[in-house]
Design a binder for this molecule. Structure first.
Ligand SMILES: Nc1ncnc2c1ncn2[C@@H]1O[C@H](COP(=O)(O)OP(=O)(O)O)[C@@H](O)[C@H]1O
Ligand SMILES: Nc1ccn([C@@H]2O[C@H](COP(=O)(O)O)[C@@H](O)[C@H]2O)c(=O)n1
Length: 209
């Protein structure tokens, strides 16, 4: 098998990265082309050694919150055609779950997450770098709804975390990383023209291998 293409999709929390990734996956699934998806969130560091109060106060919007060294290893393994043991993460307990999933390599690997373009160790591994650029007020509204519905948060906790870490870290790390992207996607996860352009590029790159 030729070396897989690695597509990185970055952007603010709530920008629509996950939805964009799902929609890209659907485009390839319709053609019966195998695609593997990795989420940077699964690589948040385990915190079993910390009491819950400490975990709740942590800064999850700093690059050091992630075990990027493991993500680098996994991407290199997938590039070599090897399978990986993909970690599982729980936002409610702020730590890893014991189960791991075996993921096989595939011709297209999509990796999605907030800090993917802000890590110099990861950047050389990508073949295509995409930044989903959505106004921060829209990201915040989506995050409030999602975090209350799915991640066990309250309106107060989302607001406090947003002011103390999410917003300042966005300006320090995520916003500057957009300049390293090959493609900037506006209108979030439902920009079907961007999806089409990226799908065509990937298909062409696979044909040329
Ligand atoms: N273009 C869009 N229009 C409406 N809702 C959207 C759009 N993009 C994403 N969402 C919703 O906003 C929330 C956050 O989107 P998500 O893709 O999880 O963001 P991210 O992965 O960047 O944090 C989800 O509930 C998602 O369904
Ligand atoms: N224990 C955690 C871990 C992460 N977060 C927040 O998740 C955001 C990244 O995930 P997205 O799906 O929204 O891109 C990030 O902004 C962290 O603040 C958390 O709240 N708790």
């Amino acid at each position: 098998m030729a070396s897989p293409l690695i597509i990185a999709i970055a952007g603010a929390s709530g920008s629509g990265k996950s939805l964009f990734t799902e929609n890209l996956l659907n485009e390839f699934a319709q053609q019966g082309r195998p695609v593997q998806i990795l989420r940077e969130d699964h690589y948040y560091r385990a915190q079993d050694h910390l009491p819950m109060q400490e975990r709740e106060k942590n800064n999850y919007d700093h690059p050091k919150a992630f075990e990027h060294e493991l993500l680098v290893k996994h991407l290199l393994d997938l590039k070599d055609g090897k399978s990986i043991e993909y970690p599982t993460y729980c936002y409610k307990t702020h730590t890893r779950l014991p189960n791991r999933e075996i993921l096989d390599s595939a011709p297209v690997i999509i990796v999605e997450g907030i800090m993917l373009l802000a890590s110099p160790d990861l950047e050389p591994l990508y073949d295509v770098k995409i930044f989903v650029d959505t106004p921060l007020d829209i990201c915040l509204l989506r995050r409030i709804k999602r975090d209350i519905a799915e991640r066990g948060r309250t309106l107060d906790s989302v607001a406090n975390q947003y002011e103390s870490t999410v917003k300042p870290m966005y300006h320090q790390f995520i916003a500057p990383s957009r300049f390293t992207a090959d493609v900037i996607v506006t209108q979030g996860g439902e920009n079907y023209i961007a999806l089409d352009v990226i799908k065509s590029h990937i298909q062409q790159a696979l044909l040329n291998e």
